[in-house]
Design a protein around this ligand. Structure first.
Ligand SMILES: [Cu+2]
Length: 337
């Protein structure tokens, strides 16, 4: 009697805790995710849905910082900071795809909880636009994010000249400087070709995560950053450009498509290094990651494991890589359509 009461109490406590902590680490296929939200391609959204998303983005840009870092002005800056602050620790490493998956979740979570957004995080199907960058729907000045940057005598940057984000001032970046600047772009149709099927097929054919993630990073990841150029090509502060989130959600979709080819093994297939290569850090002008970053990972060595901790600078609770491996799990509950 005593022991059954005790186990009942333990059960109650565990259930209550799980309910109170949405970021529980109980991921498994038999999960609480029964109704998945649908992440859609930008081109398939109605104009009303597009407007709602852009309005929510502007809301984050116009909401005051919660004081994460001295230079931040807006909530948007807080979000950019989470990436900027550890950019030397989340690229060229095993946690590259899991960290950015959780970052997309964090962005969507802030839109919903702080800006009343009721839609889902859209993605940019870059493969479909890979041979016609400038014609992409995402650059529409009325229903999209505005077009290419334009050089002027009044700015060092080719600031965007139309669209809903034309008057936005970013306080985070460029790179590590944190000086007020516009969203700027410099299209490269040649670089954007890396989003096409020739490169995607190579990545999809990789058998293991340790060979797949460098391929995804090199081609369909670089395509969006270098194709849009400007703020997007600033690997440190690129989340200041709202297209960053459509681009990285697409990259996440590609990873999920790869995972789905063999979920039995790929829901747990993780690996790669925790510290970027010296060459990578040097080429990006990034400092070697210090203990403030490396101490939280929880990995005993320089290999990324499922228990590696993903940190969002306090915007949302820490979770582990294992928590985000399944987009239809307990923490994440969506599908790509
Ligand atoms: Cu990044």
């Amino acid at each position: 009697m005593v022991s059954s009461t005790l186990s009942f109490l333990v059960l109650i406590t565990a259930t209550t805790l799980a309910a109170a902590v949405p970021h529980s680490r109980l991921a498994s296929r038999a999960s609480t995710c029964t109704t998945k939200s649908q992440r859609k391609s930008w081109t398939t959204l109605t104009n009303t849905e597009k407007a709602a998303y852009i309005e929510a983005e502007l809301c984050l840009m116009n909401s005051p910082t919660k004081g994460f870092v001295a230079d931040a002005v807006s909530r948007w800056d807080d979000l950019t900071w989470a990436h900027l602050n550890q950019s030397n620790y989340i690229h060229d490493v095993g946690q590259f795809l899991p960290w950015h998956r959780y970052f997309m979740y964090t962005h969507e979570y802030l839109l919903k909880t702080e800006c009343n957004y009721t839609g889902t995080q859209p993605y940019w199907d870059e493969e479909a636009d890979s041979d016609a960058l400038v014609d992409s729907d995402v650059f529409d000045p009325d229903t999209g994010f505005g077009g290419n940057g334009v050089s002027s005598n009044t700015s060092d940057y080719a600031c965007i000249a139309d669209g809903p984000f034309v008057n936005v001032t970013l306080a985070m970046g460029p790179e590590y400087t944190n000086t007020n600047h516009c969203i700027y772009r410099e299209f490269s149709a040649t670089s954007f070709m890396w989003a096409n099927s020739t490169y995607l097929d190579q990545c999809m054919a990789e058998e293991n995560y340790t060979s797949a993630y460098p391929c995804f990073s090199s081609w369909p990841h670089t395509s969006g950053h270098a194709g849009v150029g400007g703020s997007m090509l600033d690997i440190v502060a690129s989340p200041g450009e709202p297209l960053f989130f459509l681009h990285h959600t697409n990259l996440d979709r590609l990873w999920w498509i790869w995972q789905s080819k063999n979920l039995t093994t790929r829901l747990t297939d993780m690996g790669g290094q925790n510290i970027p290569d010296d060459d990578y850090l040097a080429s990006m002008g990034m400092p070697y990651p210090d203990a403030s970053l490396t101490n939280y990972s929880g990995d005993p060595g320089n290999v990324t494991t499922l228990t590696h901790v993903l940190w969002m600078s306090g915007l949302v609770p820490n979770v582990t890589v294992g928590d985000v491996m399944d987009i239809g799990g307990d923490l994440l509950c969506f599908e790509y359509v």
